[in-house]
Each structure stands twice: as structure tokens, then as C-alpha cells.
Design a protein around this ligand. Structure first.
Ligand SMILES: NC(=O)C1=CN([C@@H]2O[C@H](COP(=O)(O)OP(=O)(O)OC[C@H]3O[C@@H](n4cnc5c(N)ncnc54)[C@H](OP(=O)(O)O)[C@@H]3O)[C@@H](O)[C@H]2O)C=CC1
Ligand SMILES: CC(C)(CO)C(=O)C(=O)O
Length: 312
């Protein structure tokens, strides 16, 4: 399959690497020039579960998409605040047949993509794979993962299943979901607890999960997600989500992982996706008349930390 990965940071590089190794025709698209130069000059350097790989893979600057072909599938993996700009830049490679799979963390991305191509071409997903960058052109991938995806317009189940099969044959464990909006909310709820807390408390998932007050904080945040989701007829099962968080925090699972928000802000001094996670719950809460004090405070604290670190 001819696949473009739009947003070839940590996660985009993981998917690009695994799909390339499985024999797909994969190209990367990004806007970070040092990263693009490093991949053109040295290839994509991948530490995959401790083993070193170096692959030659085409990479294009999103501002210079002078490519004489259209994409069959574009997997978008930008940060949430970069999605709109990326969608604008992708226009030269989008045709009527192009399918877009969005795997970003956070809520409401389909509304952004919908401005640029018909809803029947859009597939929404979410993933528990992880990845980290160790420098321009260098990515570290460890652990296992999975993803779920679904067409957002009924009638495109066959196409959604085909995308899931292509991803699974690259070892990405993709499954068709009957209710992706529920899954996206559920994942946002996991991110809404661990990402902000690990970033502010400067710990990995296992360390923060082991603090004496983590359980109380996690439950307060989850309850706000549940109240807002209820209003949209999405019924989150907090016991299930809490069990998932405990499982992720296990040292043998994702316990050593520093969430993507930590990587952005603390390591790279980059702005975070807080406005699309806890911030989205605060905005929806205000709209629906539901108090969300924990999400409000967490969002404000992260923005304050962004200011202190002069995040860009
Ligand atoms: N990392 C993880 O483990 C997980 C991430 N996710 C989600 O996947 C999506 C993509 O995340 P992720 O792959 O982590 O994002 P990254 O930050 O690694 O990459 C996203 C984009 O940010 C820019 N960028 C990244 N690092 C730098 C840098 N040091 N200097 C300049 N620009 C940089 C690049 O685009 P540009 O130059 O155009 O700005 C890049 O395409 C997000 O929604 C995230 O929440 C989901 C599950 C796990
Ligand atoms: C690993 C996990 C689930 C932590 O919330 C994640 O999605 C992230 O790092 O953003």
C-alpha cells in the first residue's frame, strides 16, 4: 500500500518504520527541517526493542509537497495543535480516493480534518503504542501496543477493516472498533490523568502511579471526564479505565515510559496538547454547565509550566 505518514515525529517514525519493514511503500512528511535533513543524510535510525536499524525512507517537508502522486492512505501523527496546518499542506497529495487515518491523542480532531476532505474518507483511531525521539532522525521504540480504528461515516466498514489488516500485517495489532468515539474518550481519559501528572511531578508512569495521592487525583480527573462524556451519551467505565492505568503503570508494561506530554515540555520545551485533553473537558464542562475543577487547574498549571520553560 502507498502510505504517507504526516507528522513523522516519534509515533510517525514508529508507524513509518514498521510499515516500511513490512514491505509497504512508505513516505514521511514533516516540518522539522533538522529531522528531515538527518533522515535524508543518514536514514532513519531506529532502536527497536534494543536492536539498531537504519532505513532509507523518503521524507518531504510539508511546505514543499511537490510529489507527482496521490496517497492511498495518509496516517496523521502530528501534535494536536499542528493538525490544521498539516491538513492544509497535504492538499497536493489528496485525491477523491485518499483515506486519512487520524491517530492523535485528544478529542475533536475529526472536526478539523472534516474541513479538508469528505467525512467518508476519514477514519478515526487511537493507539496505545508508544515511541520517543532521541534526536533528529533518531527514534527509540520499545514495548508492544495495539490500535483501534473505525470509519466515521457508516457504510465504510470494509475499507476500515482493510486499513486495519494492512497495519496488522506490519505487526501493529490493529482492530476494527464498533465505537471509536468511546475508545478515543477512554484514551483521552488515560492521557488526562497520567500525562499532566507525570509532567508536573517529573516522574515516569510507574513512579507517579506509586505516589500516595495518585489514586485520589486520578479518580477526581476521571470523574470529570465521565460527567462530560455522559452529557454526550458516551458512558465511560471508570473501574475499567483505572485498571488500565494500573496495568500501564506496571514496570513490565509502560511503567518506564515518560508520557508524550513530558517528552514535549520537560525534555524538548515544546508546547503540549493539554488544550485537547484536560482543556477540552474544561471547555465542554463550561458549555454543558458541569464543574471540572481538576481539569481546569491541571490545564492552567501546564500552561504556567510552558511559560516558565518558554515552550515553543
Ligand atoms: N509519543 C508517544 O509515546 C505517544 C504519542 N501519541 C500521540 O501521537 C501524536 C504524535 O505524537 P509524537 O509522535 O509523540 O510527536 P512528536 O513531538 O515526536 O512529533 C510531532 C511533530 O513535532 C515536531 N517535533 C517533534 N520534536 C521536535 C523537536 N525536538 N524540534 C522541533 N520540532 C519537533 C515535528 O513536526 P514539526 O516540525 O512540523 O512541528 C513532528 O512531526 C500526538 O497526538 C501524541 O499525543 C500517542 C500515543 C503515544
Ligand atoms: C502512554 C500513554 C498512554 C500515557 O498516557 C500515552 O498515550 C502518552 O504517552 O501520551
Amino acid at each position: 500500500m502507498k502510505i504517507f505518514i504526516a507528522g513523522a515525529g516519534a509515533m510517525g517514525s514508529r508507524f513509518g518504520f514498521m510499515l516500511h519493514q513490512a514491505g509497504n511503500e512508505v513516505s514521511l512528511i514533516d516540518g522539522w527541517q533538522d529531522h528531515i535533513n538527518a533522515i535524508i543524510e543518514n536514514g532513519l535510525e531506529v532502536n527497536y526493542n534494543g536492536q539498531e536499524f537504519n532505513i532509507q525512507i523518503p521524507i518531504y517537508n510539508q511546505k514543499d509537497l511537490d510529489i507527482n502522486s496521490k496517497a492511498e492512505l495518509i496516517i496523521v501523527f502530528t501534535k494536536a495543535m499542528q493538525l490544521d496546518e498539516m491538513m492544509k499542506d497535504l492538499q497536493p497529495i489528496i485525491s477523491k480516493e485518499t483515506k486519512i487515518l487520524c491517530l492523535l491523542n485528544g478529542l475533536g480532531h475529526e472536526d478539523v480534518i472534516d474541513k479538508y476532505l469528505p467525512a467518508e474518507n476519514i477514519y478515526l483511531g487511537n493507539t496505545v503504542w508508544t515511541a520517543g525521539m532521541t534526536g533528529p532522525g533518531k527514534v527509540k521504540l520499545f514495548g508492544t501496543g495495539a490500535l483501534e480504528l473505525q470509519n466515521i461515516v457508516p457504510g465504510f466498514e470494509k475499507e476500515a477493516n482493510e486499513i486495519a489488516e494492512a497495519l496488522s500485517s506490519a505487526g501493529l495489532n490493529a482492530k476494527y472498533s464498533d465505537d471509536i468515539k468511546f475508545s478515543v474518550y477512554q484514551k483521552a481519559c488515560v492521557n488526562g490523568t497520567m500525562n499532566g501528572l507525570c509532567t508536573l511531578l517529573d516522574g515516569n508512569m510507574n513512579e507517579v502511579g506509586a505516589t500516595s495521592t495518585s489514586k485520589t487525583m486520578i479518580w477526581k480527573i476521571m470523574e470529570e471526564f465521565r460527567a462530560v462524556a455522559d452529557f454526550e451519551n458516551i458512558n465511560l467505565d471508570l473501574d475499567y479505565i483505572y485498571d488500565k492505568i494500573l496495568e500501564f503503570n506496571d514496570i513490565n508494561k509502560l511503567g518506564n515510559h515518560y508520557p508524550s506530554m513530558y517528552q514535549d515540555l520537560i525534555i524538548n520545551h515544546r508546547k503540549t496538547e493539554i488544550d485537547y485533553i484536560n482543556g477540552a473537558i474544561s471547555r465542554k464542562g463550561t458549555k454543558y454547565g458541569i464543574p471540572t475543577p481538576y481539569c481546569d487547574f491541571l490545564t492552567d498549571l501546564i500552561h504556567a509550566k510552558e511559560d516558565l520553560l518558554d515552550a515553543k
